[in-house]
Every structure is written in C-alpha cells, then in structure tokens.
Design a binder for this molecule. Structure first.
Ligand code: GRF
Length: 208
C-alpha cells in the first residue's frame, strides 16, 4: 500500500529563501512531505522561480483582478481545498489573512516571523529590534490565528545583536535560523508530535 504524502502549500510574496529551505529538506528526505502548491500574490516574486526550478506547481494570483479581499481569499481557499492541502506555510506572504480563511484551515496554517514574539510583531521588525537597543532577537514559527503574529508559538531561535549590526547583517543572521526552525516545525507537525493547549504548543507524550 502506498501512503499519501503530507501535502504542503507555501504562500510567498518575495525572495523565497524559506521556501528554498523547505524544498531542500524535502529533497534530503528530512521532511516526508511534498509541496503541492507555491502561491504568490506578487507577480515577480523570486520564490516562484525557485518553485519552478524544482518542478513545483506554482501559481500567481493577482489580488488586483478581484473586486475585494474576501473574493480573493475565497479563490485561494478554493484552490487549497481542491488540492487537499494538509498544512499551509506562510513564508514571507505579505498579506493579512481574514477570519474566513483562518477558520477554513483552523490549526493548519503556520508562519515564520523574524523576531522573538511577542516582541516586535508586524513589519520592519529587525529595524525595530535594533532601534529598541535589544541585545537579542531571533525568529518564531507560530500557528496563525486572527491576531497578527499572535498565534501559539511552535519554535523559536535566539540570535545575538552586535554593536556593529545594521538591518542587513541582523536580517541575515536571523534568516539563517529561520531556515533551520521552519523545516523543524513542519517536521513536528508532520510527525504529529505537538498539540495546542490554550496559548501553548506542547510536545505530545507518545505511548510505548
Ligand atoms: C522572512 O524574514 C520571514 O520571517 C518573513 O518574511 C521573510 C521572508 O523571507 N515573514 P524569504 O522570502 O523566505 O526569503
């Protein structure tokens, strides 16, 4: 009997280095999954090229041709449902998802954010961490709920902030950790190793 692979959708808007990290982990058999869809809301996102280079199904959906955000999101929902996606990975997807979308895939959407949440939610967070004078920052993989960057935290990684850092050097250091913990978090979900308990994500205690 052949078992169906765990199906990922990766939603992107930009460079796609996190998408690449996920692709690499699948190709190295670290992740027992397949990427069934790479979806971008930005036409020239380099992430689409990365997907194509690996023979993936890549789609650009232009938000501008839909009358409103709800219609646009419905189109994405329909596409994801048609492909029986098990997990939706937001990887630099620059659009806030609405209630309907989040409810349609409850507990099945995760995001990577370049700060140690709950510090510095939102945009330009490497700049904000530097300006604030933080000595450490990092990255967070979390489930997506209706609170922006506020869902239950799956994994985090800490990076130091050095005196000589600028946005570029700090972003680079954080991204290196993103590429490690995003696939790790996906693996925890694929292997059914975690459960959500209130705000907390806990390791499941396995019998035997
Ligand atoms: C990453 O810093 C991620 O944390 C944030 O957007 C950036 C995406 O980078 N959400 P990339 O497109 O994966 O290279």
């Amino acid at each position: 009997m052949t078992s169906e692979k765990f199906k990922l959708a990766v939603l992107v808007s930009g460079n796609g280095s996190n998408l690449q990290a996920i692709i690499d982990c699948i190709e190295k058999n670290y992740l027992a999954a397949e990427i069934s869809l790479v979806l971008s809301n930005v036409k020239d996102a380099y992430a689409l090229e990365r997907g194509k280079n690996h023979g993936l199904d890549v789609v650009f959906l232009d938000p501008k041709i839909y009358p409103n955000r709800a219609n646009y999101e419905q189109k994405i929902i329909d596409l994801l449902l048609s492909k029986s996606i098990d997990l939706i990975c937001l990887a630099g997807f620059m659009q806030i998802l609405g209630k309907k979308f989040i409810e349609a895939f409850s507990g099945k959407i995760i995001n990577i954010h370049p700060s140690l949440l709950p510090a510095f939610p939102g945009l330009d967070v490497q700049k904000k961490a530097l300006e604030h004078g933080a000595k450490f920052s990092g990255c967070t993989v979390h489930f997506v709920n209706e609170e922006v960057d506020g869902g239950p935290i799956i994994l985090q990684s800490i990076v130091p902030i050095h005196d000589e850092d600028d946005i570029e050097s700090l972003s680079k250091r954080i991204l290196q950790q993103e590429h490690i913990i995003y696939p790790e978090a996906i693996r925890l979900i694929i292997e059914d190793n975690i459960e959500i308990s209130g705000r907390r994500v806990l390791r499941k205690i396995k019998e035997g």
